[in-house]
Design a protein around this ligand. Structure first.
Ligand code: NAD
Length: 369
């Protein structure tokens, strides 16, 4: 029973849901609550213009519910443009579960979340993101077909992270080619921030090419293990952003390119897996351009994962997944070239291409009985 009422004065002071900073004409935002399992989740469906909204589920211990909502809104919007620029017939969606994945995740909670996904009838397809494993997707698959990223044993395309890392590697090479005139990463000093599912594979790929890799993570055990496995240096300084390296690869969480970090950065190229790397797309995109730092747009170069899970829906195989992911190299070069020609930031240039594809296709709005 609800016992408290909110006064009109208090209501006026509350931030409006549709007026959230990250609200961008999202089609649907679903709040999922289950008392028995403790599930609190938000599913953001930004657009279904190109197809069903597909995007991973993130489980994170958000400081406030507003932070969780903001993340769901920002991430689902990003997925719309990621699918559009990659040429996939998918819309943009994303879900967040509020909680610590190491402590709060239970099979019951995951299954209940799957039931909420199912209740949307295929408007939204989920997959894995931070805090999720392939095994979680297998659990969700037991209650809904609207899930991707399931294990190969269960008929899926498996963990998308290695493919994401390969796409980031392609984007990094293209951005290096654009800046240095060569895409060879031998001897480049590369900082990989966040050595989780994607970051570790990226470390492997660039190490094999002879890059000098520096790693950073909040997880000390991972730092030790990855450093030992690939022979890379652990970042030891006090401020990661002002340290000296050629390429910065953000592979942890978003918004690391912000008011605080942007003028300190000495890297000449930014290419990483994290979603929403620019705290403000417009402001920080322009500062990077003025500073002559080549930024490979996140939503383009981290599209390998969605290419991989899309294969489950379309039924294409590993060869096509590899070809589509390799094409990130060409698209990155095209976007950087167009950005320079038209005086745009690389992010604006990428968005322009994505938005033009969306504009070509009208939303299937009419649900006639
Ligand atoms: P993950 O959870 O496996 O790894 C993230 C890593 O970042 C962890 O090791 C964590 O300890 C570390 N980390 C968290 N906060 C940090 C901080 N402040 N400083 C340094 N390290 C920190 O996640 P992942 O699947 O590797 O994804 C990484 C990023 O790439 C996320 O932003 C995700 O949204 C994005 N992304 C992932 C995929 C995919 O296929 N997994 C696809 C597209 C985009």
């Amino acid at each position: 029973m609800i016992t408290n009422t909110i006064s009109a004065h208090e209501l006026k002071k509350m931030p409006p849901v549709f007026g959230q900073l990250s609200f961008d004409d999202h089609e649907q935002v679903v709040f999922c609550n289950d008392k028995d399992t403790g599930l609190k989740a938000i599913i953001g469906v930004h657009s279904t213009i190109l197809g069903p909204a597909l995007g991973g589920t993130r489980m994170w211990d958000y400081p406030t519910e507003w932070d969780a909502l903001n993340d769901a809104l920002r991430l689902s919007r990003g997925m719309t443009f990621k699918a559009a620029i990659t040429g996939l017939n998918l819309g943009g969606g994303k879900a967040v579960i509020i909680g610590d994945s190491k402590k709060d995740k239970t099979p019951e909670l995951m299954t209940r979340f799957g039931e909420f996904v199912h209740s949307l009838g295929g408007t939204y397809y989920t997959a894995e993101d931070v805090g999720m494993e392939t095994a979680d997707m297998d659990l969700i698959r037991e209650v809904t077909p609207y899930v991707t990223g399931i294990s190969e044993e269960k008929g899926g395309a498996g963990n998308p992270s290695p493919v994401t890392a390969y796409g980031v590697y392609m984007g990094m090479k293209a951005a290096s080619k654009y800046h240095y005139g060569t895409d060879n990463l031998n001897d480049r000093r590369i900082l990989v921030q966040g050595i989780g599912h994607v970051g570790e594979v990226l470390v492997d790929l660039v190490s094999k090419e002879g890059a000098h890799v520096i790693i950073d993570d909040i997880n000390e055990d991972r730092l030790k293990n990855v450093s030992e496995a690939y022979g890379c240096e652990i970042f030891k300084g006090s401020d990661i952003y002002s340290a000296s390296y050629d390429i910065y690869a953000p592979c942890a969480l978003g918004a690391t390119i912000n008011d605080d970090s942007i003028y300190k950065l000495q890297a000449k190229v930014i290419a990483g897996a994290a979603n929403n790397q620019l705290a403000s797309e417009e402001k920080h995109g322009h500062i990077l351009k003025e500073r002559g730092i080549i930024y490979a747009p996140d939503f383009l170069i981290n599209a390998g994962g969605i290419i991989n899970v899309y294969a489950e829906l379309e039924g294409y195989g590993k060869k096509e997944i590899k070809e589509k992911t390799e094409n990130i190299y060409n698209t990155t070069l095209e976007i950087l070239t167009k950005a320079e020609r038209h005086g745009l930031t690389s992010h604006e240039s990428a968005l322009k291409i994505a938005k033009s594809r969306l504009a070509e296709r009208k939303a299937p709005k009419s649900n006639k009985f």
